[in-house]
Design a protein around this ligand. Structure first.
Ligand SMILES: Cc1cc2nc3c(=O)[nH]c(=O)nc-3n(C[C@H](O)[C@H](O)[C@H](O)COP(=O)(O)O)c2cc1C
Length: 408
């Protein structure tokens, strides 16, 4: 079943069920355009055998980055480099989407100490400034930025975009009653809290056209007291289907509850334990007619087949395996390997490591795939973690220097 094609509502055809989920690359140049290393990596991923590649978090606003080395998609982006990125990703026949995002209150303080957010509720983590509640006009401007990014993605040759409505970034934070304390039409009821995401999707659809793939990534839950719940996720998914979304990717968590990239999800003897959002996705999928993609933990072909045959998902999203072996889908589809690489299973539990160390180790390996053409799987976790922090610190210094030079 993994090799069975799937047609999306907009008419696009995916050759099989394997999708590379979004992974922030940290491979942009000083102008936040793709580097040659990033283009080379997407060319390799383009030959991977996956049916669809989704780029990493691509902010639509330079003042609200996820980190300094993000590729940005706005009017100042280099159209030729964006075109080359789309061409590289599509060079082996896969479809390619840009994941468009606004970081909101999860924008690092070093880049913006007063980021716009849905409210003034601050992130309970060090390194993030006090957010400011966006006005009506500012929200309208943000919606326009998403539409602009969709238009630019289309012009560059991408097949569509995935709107990042998960992991605590602006659109996801708007869904959470814990964060979104607004009293106007953007807060309160779920209809109001989902308005920003829905209006972004509507604007993106209008900008991209009927044949453009418009997907959304949504949390199954924030896994936070007073946050966005599984029941609200199902209701939101229904609303997004009515907005004409072509498929919905299911994930979970925020920066404060980083459950999207678990590495000790229990003994992987059942599909739900390996693919840790599968049970949530099953309930969401039952409520929808559009395809669903589940991302998080999938590694073994047997579990992928089981999830597809039980109709718990239509697409298998994977991230980390693409970092260690950019060619694994072809091998899995051919039956040459029974499972995708999963080095994280041998790592110590997160509590025994510095905060974010496992994710940063993978971020470093991803950057190495771009700059060196290969990962360094034997690198100790804390070394990879520290090298990634160093990479981000120098990208931050470079960006701040460029901003200072531009303002002179
Ligand atoms: C290095 C790295 C960067 C990531 N960046 C993003 C991102 O930019 N956008 C996003 O939606 N998810 C991001 N994720 C989450 C992945 O898309 C995926 O949901 C998660 O890794 C779980 O899937 P996996 O178990 O197959 O790795 C990232 C994960 C990793 C490991």
């Amino acid at each position: 079943m993994i090799d069975r094609p799937l047609r999306l509502p907009n008419g696009a055809r995916l050759e099989n069920r394997i999708v590379k989920s979004a992974m922030s690359e940290a491979l942009a140049d000083a102008r936040n355009d793709p580097t040659e290393g990033m283009l080379a990596l997407y060319k390799r991923w383009g030959q991977s055998g996956a049916a669809l590649l989704i780029t990493g978090n691509t902010p639509v606003d330079r003042n609200h980055l996820e980190h300094a080395a993000n590729v940005v998609l706005d009017e100042r982006s280099d159209p030729e480099k964006t075109r080359r990125l789309a061409a590289a990703a599509k060079s082996g026949g896969a479809l390619a989407l840009v994941q468009i995002a606004h970081s909101g209150r999860q924008t690092p303080e070093a880049l913006n100490d007063r980021p716009l957010s849905i409210s003034d509720t601050a992130l309970e983590l060090p390194g993030y400034g006090a957010p400011r509640m966006a006005s009506e006009d500012e929200l309208q401007a943000i919606i326009l930025r998403f539409a602009t990014a969709a238009r630019l993605a289309r012009t560059a040759g991408f097949d569509g975009v995935e709107v990042h409505g998960a992991h605590g970034y602006l659109l996801s934070s708007a869904l959470s009653p814990r964060i979104n304390t607004r009293k106007d039409r953007w807060g309160g009821s779920l209809v109001n809290r989902s308005r920003l995401l829905r209006e972004v999707i509507r604007a993106v659809r209008a900008a991209g056209g009927a044949d453009f793939v418009v997907a959304a990534k949504l949390n199954s839950s924030d896994f936070q007291k007073g946050g966005f719940t599984p029941e609200e996720s199902i209701e939101t998914a229904r609303m997004l289907e009515r907005e004409g979304v072509d498929f919905l990717e299911i994930s979970g968590g925020t920066f404060e509850t980083p459950v999207a990239y678990q590495h000790k999800a229990g003994k992987p003897s059942t599909a739900a334990r390996e693919a840790y959002f599968l049970d949530y996705a099953r309930d969401i999928k039952k409520a929808l007619g559009i395809p669903v993609m589940v991302t998080g933990g999938f590694r073994s072909a047997a579990v992928m087949r089981q999830a597809l045959s039980e109709d718990a998902t239509d697409l298998i999203g994977m991230g980390r395996p693409f970092i260690l072996d950019p060619a694994f889908p072809r091998k899995l589809l051919a039956g040459d390997i029974a499972a995708a690489p999963a080095p994280e299973r041998d790592f110590p539990p997160a509590e025994a490591l510095p905060r974010g160390a496992v994710l940063n180790w993978f971020c470093h390996q991803l950057a190495l795939q771009g700059t060196e053409g290969k990962a360094e799987a034997g690198l100790p976790i804390t070394t990879g973690h520290e090298r990634y922090l160093g990479r981000i610190a120098s990208s931050t210094a470079r960006l701040l220097a460029a901003r200072a030079a531009a303002s002179c």
